[in-house]
Structures are given as structure tokens and as C-alpha cells.
Design a protein around this ligand. Sequence first.
Ligand code: NCD
Length: 323
Amino acid sequence: MQEGSSDLTSFPHRHLLGIEGLSPDQITVLLDRSEIYVDQNRQVNKKKTLLRGRTIINLFFENSTRTRTSFELAGKRLGGDVINMSVSTSSIKKGETLIDTAMTLNAMHPDVLIVRHPHSGAVKLLSEKVNCAVINAGDGSHEHPTQALLDALTIRRRRGTLQGLEVAICGDITHSRVARSNIHLLLTMGARVRLIAPATLLPTDIARLGVEVFHDMASGLENCDIVMMLRLQQERMQGGFFPSIREYFTFFGLDYTKLANAKADALIMHPGPMNRGVEIDAEVADDFGRSVIREQVEMGVAVRMACLEVLTENLGQTMLRNT
Ligand code: NCD
């Protein structure tokens, strides 16, 4: 297990809005910090006082179970006060309401705002209006940085490194912020990325990022180290992106037959929530020898604790510099 430097100047960002633009060292700082919290979260006493006196607001404009709970636990385990605000999407009147909400919350002096929003770019916009640190918990189909970090931590703990691994990301790439953040992170850390999807669920210009594109699972999964499945995000689709769920599963759902193309010890991942029988066969999802889906959830809390720690310490330094 790696334990790295705790030099905060190596993560010189006020917000965590995305993985794009982070350096390998900055990603490593966050992953190394997370390792400490993985151990701490397995102890009977999980509570620390590092964030005592700090206020963290979970501001979710989209439904979420695991990400919101994970951030809430992360904040509480570090001793912070965590407030959850769910804003129903029907009440959003585009930009104006978002900024109003941001300004209102800002006036209450939170230290960290954790924001999920259905529109790409909305979290960045909000971060420009507030004095606190902002963490992007998913904006539209753009980025979901803590998901990519927890995926990376899961892989690194199992394989020791990300460097040189062949990672296949499969399914609904078009609507997936998880895919985008993972592509940036994996390429930055020296892994090779293949995307496997029907043409209708793959942005045409995506190969520009430096990934390999496949339209069938057999050739895409050949000799892969990691198989990362994505949920079919039907709530973001208008019109027909595929003929039927049955056909989608036949061609792109992960079952043992398709998995046989990957390396014999390839890890199976999924960010959740899973649609069993749609993008992944139930037996494969529950294959405890190879599926690390629950481990991903465990790593999520540790990664979010590390992000909260680093950003609040940076915030403290900014405040000292400003006074
Ligand atoms: C993902 C999301 O919301 O982007 N879920 C998550 O954060 N665990 C993926 C998804 O919804 O399919």
C-alpha cells in the first residue's frame, strides 16, 4: 500500500470541478491520502475532528443515493457539520435560480459546497459565485471526479498501479460523466483506454481524447485488465438509441461469454446504480472473485474524505493569505 506525501501545495486547487487538467502528482496526492482513510474507516472508531467547526452543504439538483450518502459520511467522519439539500429539478428555472441558490447558501458561510446538477458546466458556474470550496458531484454528462478517483483507488489497490493497464469502458458513453472523468484520469496516469459502445451511444469526436473505439464486446474486451460497465441512462435519452433492452443486453450486456475475451483475472467494475440484465448479468455482477463493485462503494467514502481534507486545508491557507 502506498502512502505518499502530505504536502498540500501539491494540490494547488481551490475546487475539485473535474479530473481534466489535474497532473499525475495531484491525482496521486488524493489517492495516497485516501489510503489512510480506507484504514480508518475499517476501525471501530471512525470519527476524527479534522473538520470540527466546518460546514459542508450537499446541494443536489439531481437524485442520488450513494454519492450523497458517501459525501455525508465522509464529512461526518471528519467531524464536520453536514447539511443535505435536495432541490427538485422541476423547481430549477435554469441559470438564475442556480445562482440565487448559490448566493443564498454563500451568505451562510459554508466551507464546502458539494454540488450535483443535471447541466454540464453548472457546477463550475456556481463555483465562480461563492467564497467556499466546491466539489463537483456530477454535472450533466461532463464530469464526476470523485467517482473516477474512487475507481482509480480500487484499481490501484488491486493491481498496484494504473500504469500500462488496458481498461475497457463499456456502454452508454454519451451520457456518462463517469466515463469522461475516468478517461481523463486513466490516460493521465498512463493506462490505455478502450471504449466499447453502439455508435449511437458514443460521441463521434471521442477518439480525439486518445482512446481506442470498438463497437463489439468480443474484440473490445480482448486481453483487458479492467472491465468497467456503465448504466444505460434512459432518463437522459429522448428517442431511440437502441432497438430494445433485450437486444442491447445481447450485444453489449456483460455476461460470462463476453467476459471470456478479457484476461482471466480481469476486474469487473460498475459505478452503480446497476441495471441487472440490461448492461450486466446478475451473476457476473455478484462474482465475488472478480467483481469489485462493493469495494468501489467503500473506496468512495475514503476518497471523499481525502478531497474534503485537502480542499478545506487549502481553504484555510487561502484565508490566512487574504487576512
Ligand atoms: C453515476 C452518476 O450519477 O453519474 N452514479 C454514481 O454517481 N454512482 C452513474 C449513473 O448514474 O449511472
